[in-house]
Ligand binder design. Structure first.
Ligand SMILES: Cc1cc2nc3c(=O)[nH]c(=O)nc-3n(C[C@H](O)[C@H](O)[C@H](O)COP(=O)(O)O)c2cc1C
Length: 138
């Protein structure tokens, strides 16, 4: 992840959220990056969810929470990045889902090339250390 220009997060939908394995991985991986000067900052990041029927959007939102916490740059598509299927290969029958992910892939690749081109040409916003507050009042 540290070496990558772009990161694509994907998960099946389990009980209307991401899989337990993916959550365990992302919680620790993204925590480590955030306490190390947000080391994924300005990398391109996107999320996709695969679902049998319902719960795709909460899972998609859950994946996006990690990207949004990291100052990553998120490409989009022409809908939310959810594709339908139960068994391996089922998603190939979801024509709209395939278009959503095809457009996402192209936009992501283009964004990564654009950012690479701009490196050294266009000044990056300076890093601001994160401000942490809680809701305790003195
Ligand atoms: C534990 C579990 C929970 C699931 N929960 C949902 C769900 O909330 N909504 C849904 O539409 N499908 C649900 N499914 C179906 C999966 O989204 C779908 O079958 C997916 O492709 C499973 O991928 P996997 O075999 O890699 O876990 C669930 C499947 C499993 C195994």
């Amino acid at each position: 992840m540290k070496e990558a220009d772009g990161i694509l997060l994907g998960s099946p939908v389990h009980y209307s959220g991401i899989s337990a394995e993916m959550k365990a991985f992302l919680d620790r991986a993204f925590y480590v990056t955030s306490v190390n000067d947000f080391m994924l900052r300005h990398k391109v990041g996107a999320a996709v969810a695969a679902v049998r029927r319902s719960g795709g959007l909460p899972a998609f939102g859950q994946l996006n929470n990690y990207l949004n916490y990291s100052e990553m740059i998120i490409p989009t598509s022409n809908y939310w990045n959810v594709i339908y299927g139960t068994d391996p290969g089922d998603i190939l029958k979801d024509e709209e889902g395939k278009q959503i992910l095809r457009i996402l892939g192209r936009n992501m690749a283009w964004l990564m090339k654009t950012i690479a081109y701009g490196r050294g040409r266009i000044e990056e916003p300076a890093f601001e250390p994160k401000v942490y507050t809680n809701f305790i009042r003195e």
